[in-house]
Design a protein around this ligand. Sequence first.
Ligand SMILES: Nc1ncnc2c1ncn2[C@@H]1O[C@H](COP(=O)(O)OP(=O)(O)OP(=O)(O)O)[C@@H](O)[C@H]1O
Ligand SMILES: [Mg+2]
Length: 208
Amino acid sequence: MSAIFIAVEGLDGSGGTTQTRLLAEWFRARGHNEVATTSEPSTGPVGRFIRTVLDPNHEASVVGDSVLPFLFAGDRRDHLDREVIPSLQRGAAVITDRYYHSSLAYQSLAIGLPAVAALNERFRPPDVTIFLDLEPEESLARILARGATLERFEALDRLRAIYEAYEAVLVHCRARGEHIVRIDARGTIEEVHKRVLAAVEATMESMA
Ligand SMILES: Nc1ncnc2c1ncn2[C@@H]1O[C@H](COP(=O)(O)OP(=O)(O)OP(=O)(O)O)[C@@H](O)[C@H]1O
Ligand SMILES: [Mg+2]
């Protein structure tokens, strides 16, 4: 079976981590030779640093919002070189929970889309990007339902701004020829999973 690179995107609480896990289980069940799930920020040195910076207990002024886009781009280079590209070269199905679309959406609020897009334009596009489309209000309800303490991105106004930013990101990336499928992320986990699978299977057929 041949390699496939899939990115799962969406607002915080839209179900990205859940759907990434279910999609990986599906690939394993159908006997794909190697299945790798990963996420950004990555587990590498730059990714670990980003996680400490995003921690709500971290002093926000130490690393400003205008610095974050550079850190994310550095982490992405490391993530691709160390993990994603070697896995794809072995023929793996690689599913990443967030990719540069998240940077383009979240960090465009700090430095604008053109600037953050310039930092990310050389990274390998996914074969398919699943955009889990959920209204900010519903995303927030899910975040609160799981009892999480909110990190700096998660307030409702912020979610609304990011949701709008994602709209611009989808337009930008599709204009560059990317294959992005917008999935209705309402309903049960299993219902959403079926929609994700339909998009992935269609992509695999078009690649075969
Ligand atoms: N379809 C669904 N219906 C109801 N709850 C869901 C659904 N999908 C996921 N959840 C729940 O919503 C919460 C957020 O899901 P998940 O962690 O997968 O989202 P996420 O997009 O990865 O969020 P984050 O970006 O904050 O990591 C979890 O508690 C999860 O169990
Ligand atoms: Mg998640």
